[in-house]
Design a protein around this ligand. Structure first.
Ligand code: GLY
Ligand code: MN
Ligand code: MN
Length: 441
């Protein structure tokens, strides 16, 4: 059997269990469609419903419907209309693991689905309402019991998904290698962005998320969203958070570089070492919240060792000085979505495991388990808004402000890898891809 056939077999097991626990016999999963902007005939790029995409291995089938029976085969009702304005979608190659019925009109497709759904008592629709199929008489629409079970399970990747994520990472890394070369050659943010797209063979709309390409103080804006056409006169730093996508699966990668060998470069090296050290500690069974907390202690150590605070690492941690320098979570689940769902779920049945009061931005609060893929992305930033609040506080007395002020124009550092949890530790998909890229040159 191919990895894809195994993947479909695993999805069938998961959906059978999830449908049973939600008291359902069948679900219709809508691919979705791209709606035009308000009062416009232009639409944003199409993004499939991830519940649909997981069965389709990246094949784009807007408007199509997937019928998942609790005890029985899975059928794709494939919408393929003849068109000369757009290229119609190709018939997906699903290794015969999913039956495909093709329709050239939405009406004919929904009529066929309705006829099949009528045979079952307990039915649900999974998808955006007001897309083809959502008007059929389903018992439930997006039932939380079904979605929670699926979202919880999605954290554990199948071997097919892991292979896709490995490839997505290689795509991203090809872009990163070109981007840093462009930075070293003096390129603007805009030019670096173009170099990234070109080397990774991606278009803006095929990226898993909008690339963050930040020179100097822009690196301190966590989700900086512009591409400055001008190259700054003085180049201090470069942060790039840019991903790759392969068959629907995302890679989410950040690197930071210093323009010269200075205090900022030393800070990057220190954070890089601590990021690798914390990844080394990861084992199935650990709490991701504890991992995040341990990273705050590591960052407190860096601030103390490099003289950015005048107090001990312990005091910097206890006084929450690190919160101003590292204001986001250490990472998140990743897969079909860059920020994959289910990070706060308490169990497959539902319930929320909220982040602790100190770390409200933490997107993942679950125990670490084999088969999960998540990011590990610590940062140290010089964010004027947060440092303005810290400066007059009691803890502010323990900050070495002249050293911190000297780094303000560098913006900040983030180093982001995607790791797979294995039986005996961690596989760092990102570092492997960078090693592969450098051995190939
Ligand atoms: N690229 C967004 C993030 O790192 O979460
Ligand atoms: Mn991330
Ligand atoms: Mn990122």
């Amino acid at each position: 059997m191919s990895a894809f056939t195994d993947h479909i077999a695993e999805l069938r097991r998961r959906w059978s269990g999830a449908l049973a626990s939600a008291g359902l016999d069948v679900a219709v999963v809508a691919a979705g469609t791209s709606r035009p902007y308000f009062l416009d005939d232009q639409s944003p790029p199409y993004r499939p419903n991830p519940h649909f995409a997981q069965w389709l291995a990246g094949a784009e089938c807007p408007n199509s419907l997937l019928l998942v029976r609790r005890n029985g085969p899975v059928t794709l009702y494939f919408h393929q209309v003849e068109d000369y304005w757009h290229l119609p979608p190709a018939t997906p190659d699903l290794d015969d693991a999913v039956a495909v019925e093709t329709f050239d009109s939405i009406d004919a497709m929904t009529t066929a689905v309705a006829r099949e759904v009528e045979r079952f008592n307990r039915t649900a629709f999974v998808g955006e309402v007001e897309t083809p199929g959502s008007n059929l008489p389903f018992g439930e629409v997006n039932p939380p019991l079904l979605l929670n079970a699926l979202h919880y399970g999605r954290a554990r990747k199948t071997p097919f998904e892991i292979a896709c994520m490995r490839r997505a990472t290689e795509i991203a890394v090809a872009g990163h290698v070109a981007a840093v070369a462009a930075f070293r050659a003096g390129a603007s943010e805009f030019e670096i962005h173009q170099a990234y797209l070109s080397a990774s063979q991606q278009t803006e709309s095929s990226l898993p998320y909008s690339s963050i390409v930040a020179l100097n103080e822009h690196a301190g804006v966590l989700h900086y969203q512009h591409y400055d056409r001008n190259s700054p006169a003085v180049r201090k730093s470069f942060l790039i958070d840019a991903g790759g996508r392969y068959r629907g699966y995302a890679a989410d990668v950040t690197r930071t570089y210093a323009a010269q060998s200075d205090a900022f470069a030393a800070l990057i090296d220190a954070l890089d070492a601590e990021q690798l050290a914390i990844i080394d500690t990861i084992r199935a069974g650990m709490s991701y919240v504890d991992l995040h907390d341990a990273m705050h202690r590591s960052i407190a150590g860096i601030l103390s060792n490099l003289g950015l605070v005048t107090c001990s690492a312990e005091a910097a941690y206890q006084q929450r000085i690190t919160d101003a320098f590292f204001p986001h979570g250490i990472g998140h689940l990743i897969g079909l979505q860059t920020h994959d769902v289910g990070g706060h779920l308490a169990s497959p049945e539902g319930g929320t495991r909220a982040p602790p009061e100190r770390y409200p931005a933490l997107r993942l609060t679950r125990a670490i388990e084999t088969g999960q893929v998540f990011t590990v992305e610590p940062g140290i930033y010089f964010i004027p808004m947060l440092l303005r609040q810290l400066r007059p506080s009691a803890a502010g007395n323990d900050v070495a402000w002249s050293e911190v002020d000297a780094l303000m124009g560098h913006g900040g550092i983030r180093i982001e890898d995607n790791v797979l949890i294995t039986e005996d530790g961690v596989e760092n998909l990102t570092r492997e891809a960078f090693a592969g890229a450098s051995s190939a040159t």
